[in-house]
Design a protein around this ligand. Structure first.
Ligand SMILES: Cc1cc2nc3c(=O)[nH]c(=O)nc-3n(C[C@H](O)[C@H](O)[C@H](O)COP(=O)(O)O)c2cc1C
Length: 229
């Protein structure tokens, strides 16, 4: 396929910012993926623990992750298939089999351990053990929760949705219980102190992450209706 040169589309009008135009259908994989992940950024990281049917805990990071509903609180993460065998990642295999997971926030203190849990271990070997992370029993679900995570959300799987045309599957889960480090909880507001939580977020490419930036306050105009999200 002849690839168009994005520089050909540069605007010649010097009064406006020069814009590139890229047609995704003309881009060679994995270029659209890399571009997308650098644009849709920073992305929070779901550090997901699951349990296999044989009872082996699994822990892996997913940055195709977000909240998708407030009532009931629902989150999603998206798992791609591997090109090589086994194509199905352990996390997906386990949520399909058990319908449960625990989603943790990755903070600055845990980011190096988080990266170590993204390596492929043979099915049956737990990242908790391989990386030396302490697990505690969860309350509502069977997968363990990571003791040192600042926040853990115990979830039951509500939907598993294949992404049209992609080798990804979206897993949606309803949060049944939050575990929050006590010093992070702002009782009067019912919020976590997100700055204090020090989450690590992912940018584009394989190695770029960021810490939380400067806090700014932007009050919503009074006349706008309340809209979750
Ligand atoms: C920060 C980070 C974010 C990641 N996000 C995703 C993602 O959103 N989807 C995905 O399929 N893999 C993602 N990965 C790769 C998986 O973590 C990796 O394939 C892992 O080995 C899967 O483990 P599992 O087989 O135990 O589920 C990410 C890796 C890192 C380090």
């Amino acid at each position: 396929m002849a690839l168009s040169n994005p520089l050909d589309s540069l605007s010649s009008d010097s009064s406006t910012a020069k814009m590139l135009t890229l047609v995704t259908a003309e881009m060679e994989p994995p270029a659209p993926y890399h571009l997308l992940t650098s644009v849709v950024a920073p992305r929070p990281i779901a550090w997901v623990s699951t349990l296999s049917t044989e009872g082996v805990p699994n822990l892996a990071p997913y940055s195709f992750f977000n909240a998708v509903a407030g009532f009931p609180p629902t989150i999603m993460f998206s798992v791609s298939y591997r090109r090589r065998e086994p194509q199905e990642k352990d996390t997906l295999r386990n949520v399909k089999a058990t319908g449960e997971f625990v989603c943790h926030v990755v903070d600055e203190a845990l980011c190096e351990a988080m990266v170590k849990t993204a390596v492929d271990l043979p099915h049956g070997i737990s990242e908790f053990e391989a990386v030396g992370l302490e697990a505690e029993p969860a309350t509502e679900v069977k997968p363990p929760r990571l003791k040192d995570a600042p926040v853990a959300m115990e979830c039951k799987v509500t939907q598993i949705v294949p992404v049209e045309g992609a080798t990804n599957v979206m897993v949606l889960g309803q949060v049944l219980r939050f575990h929050i480090r006590q010093d992070l909880y702002r009782n009067s507001l019912g919020l976590v102190d997100t700055v204090q939580m020090q989450p690590i977020t992912r940018l584009g490419g394989p190695v770029e992450y960021t810490k939380i930036g400067e806090l700014i306050h932007l009050p919503t105009p009074q006349n706008l209706p309340h809209h979750p999200g």
